[in-house]
Design a protein around this ligand. Sequence first.
Ligand code: G1P
Length: 294
Amino acid sequence: MGKRVRTAVFPVAGLGTRFLPATKALPKEMLTVVDRPLIQYAVDEAREAGIEHFVFVTGRNKGVIEDHFDRQFELETTLEMRGKTKALDELRKDLPSAGRTSFTRQQEPLGLGHAVWCARHIVGSEPFALLLPDMLFKGNPGVLKQMMDTYEETGGNVIAVEEVPPAEVSSYGIIARGDGPDSNFAITQMVEKPKQEEAPSNLIISGRYILQPEIFTLLADQPKGAGGEIQLTDAMQTLMKSQAFTGVKYQGQSFDCGSKIGFLTANVVYALDRDDIREGFVAELRKLDLGEHF
Ligand code: G1P
């Protein structure tokens, strides 16, 4: 049984170079799937899993993320005056309550491992969840909740994984799978962005982690790895020598919203899932007569 996980870290300092020019002034985490920013989906997933403290590792140009998780009195007063109580309730529901968010900055883009290390003093000596908001998951329950259920049995470190076509493995961290069922199996190796022929499997690290605080000590001295960046995967591979890592092949669907195709697909799937949008959206899609493209 593991110590309870109360804190989640959201690395949001990335430059979003795959999404220019949209992300020149706008943080990529504020791109919307239907009408919610990507970062809001990640926060919602963490809250569903019981997280109480939300730590954002930001960078320059990311101030709007902080504003998004604050109250907006002018807007709230206007909605109130206009009797738009439903919209007002929705806005309030999305917001973690006072004192439950923290923001720190990664001053230089040195890699994911360095971004996580920047949160060390806020997290302290407790286990924590880590959510990469580019990766959007549609699952019921959400992926982090599924991982928490496993963590309650195993403690240690827990990583969400999924299969990708072998040609895509060099874009991700890859694990080797040991014994155990899909919801709780041993991870025996990890490697960041391997060549296809060197990858131990086609199971990728999906962007959701539960980690023990000893990772911070390793990250402090972690040499640069793949792409010249300080890689979290390399520090996890070292931590595996002294702590267990459990894999969860989660139930649900993922969208890599750091890529244009993933992002566009997510918008279609989430729109079709919305009771207030589906009918009108399908009618417009029909008019487009997309048949020739399929
Ligand atoms: C990061 C991690 C990688 C993981 C991926 C998931 O890579 O380093 O292990 O598979 O996120 O999206 P990045 O996408 O930052 O290159």
